[in-house]
Design a protein around this ligand. Structure first.
Ligand SMILES: Cc1ncc(COP(=O)(O)O)c(C=O)c1O
Length: 361
């Protein structure tokens, strides 16, 4: 079997695939009512929140769009904290819906500086919300969200977080950090296929929602809330993904959240040490911020990333990702989130070691 070592979609355990083979059920019936309640309750435990949480059929980007249209009005000023491709995409969504975006960008490979965020809010006291990517999948950098949340909360602003490639793999205590709207996506650490975005919203988020004027229909949280109260979703949901999530969440609780976070930390460490031992360099400027779900590795004389990807795929059945945006052709990325073991990482590193002589620049 191939080693799918990309940062999503991630491999699915057999229990999950089996759950997805279940026949369809009536999404307006009693069985679905039970399913949506169960999955939502379990999902909240992973988010570590008592806030409302909705399972939306769509990809992660749909969840990001839902966050924007549900809490903002055209011309609202927002601070976009971007450290890569996904941060830039989010700012783009906000702009598309008419928000006035103040951009705070950090050089790719670095993390956002909480003091710079503090200053940007001070310089723009009328910003309504701050958009932050917790784990920037394109550069392999994890922001210090605990420190960022403190600064944003001290300033009394709404904090809207893309936790798509961190939630379920890295600790994101939503209530402890006061995160107002938090988005994740099914195909990442959740060990299930693409198809759903999961979004939590705080009391404060609901207050913003009540005043938000961006037109919305499919993503409308009021509709999601009204239907959830009846044990339904407003539109036909990706029922098979819900079956899958029900099974994967059970697996996650069996392992234990703390153990899952520790496993990802260990695998991140192992991947970084392994690539460095092969004479390669990781892309993040400061290893302290290197992600425990995806490792970005720099191209050099020793390795041409697209060549390496080809040799790995064709000769070793190991699939890694390339770079995105300005990093296209310049880095490669190894995903280590979700259903992944030390043996998977060892096999991946061994294959990279063997492929390197055929993949030099
Ligand atoms: C941090 C981050 N944000 C947003 C997205 C976009 O999610 P999707 O491709 O599911 O729309 C991704 C997916 O790779 C991501 O890793």
């Amino acid at each position: 079997m191939a080693q799918l070592r990309i940062p999503g979609p991630t491999p699915c355990p057999p229990e999950v695939l089996k759950a997805m083979a279940r026949p369809m059920i009536n999404h307006r019936g009693a069985e679905f009512h039970q399913l949506i309640n169960d999955v939502t309750e379990k999902m909240k435990q992973v988010f570590q929140t008592k806030n409302d949480l909705y399972l939306l059929t769509g990809s992660g980007t749909g969840g990001l769009e839902a966050a924007i249209v549900n809490v903002l009005s055209p011309k609202d000023k927002v601070l976009s904290v971007s450290i890569g491709v996904f941060g830039d995409r989010w700012a783009n969504i906000a702009k598309t819906f008419g928000a006035e975006v103040v951009s705070l960008k950090s050089e790719w490979g670095t993390a956002a500086d909480p003091d710079a965020i503090k200053k940007a809010i001070k310089d723009n006291p009328d910003v309504k919300a701050v958009l932050v990517t917790h784990n920037e999948t394109s550069t392999g950098v994890t922001n210090n969200l605990g420190a960022i949340s403190k600064v944003v909360k001290d300033a009394g602003k709404l904090l809207v977080v893309d936790a798509i490639s961190s939630m379920s793999s890295i600790d994101v205590p939503v209530d402890k950090w006061g995160l107002d709207v938090v988005v994740t996506g099914s195909q990442k650490g959740w060990m299930v296929p693409p198809g759903m975005a999961m979004v939590s919203i705080s009391e404060r988020g609901w207050k913003a929602h009540a005043q938000a004027k961006i037109p919305r229909f499919y993503w409308d949280f009021t509709r999601a809330k009204n239907y959830f109260e009846k044990g339904q979703t407003p539109w036909t949901p990706a029922i098979s993904i819900l079956f899958a999530l029900d099974a994967s969440l059970n697996m996650m609780f069996k392992e234990g959240l703390a153990n899952i976070f520790a496993r990802h930390a260990k695998l991140g460490d192992m991947t970084r040490s392994g690539v460095k031992a092969l004479g390669l360099a990781i892309f993040p400027a400061d290893e302290k911020y290197a992600s425990n779900t995806v490792t970005a590795v720099k191209g050099s004389d020793k390795v041409d990333p697209p060549k390496l990807q080809k040799v790995l795929r064709e000769e070793y059945k190991v699939v890694v990702s390339g770079g995105q945006g300005d990093l296209t052709g310049k880095i490669f990325r190894i995903g280590h989130l979700g259903w992944v073991t030390e043996a998977d990482i060892k096999e991946t590193l061994d294959a990279i070691g063997k492929a390197l002589p055929k993949a030099s620049a």
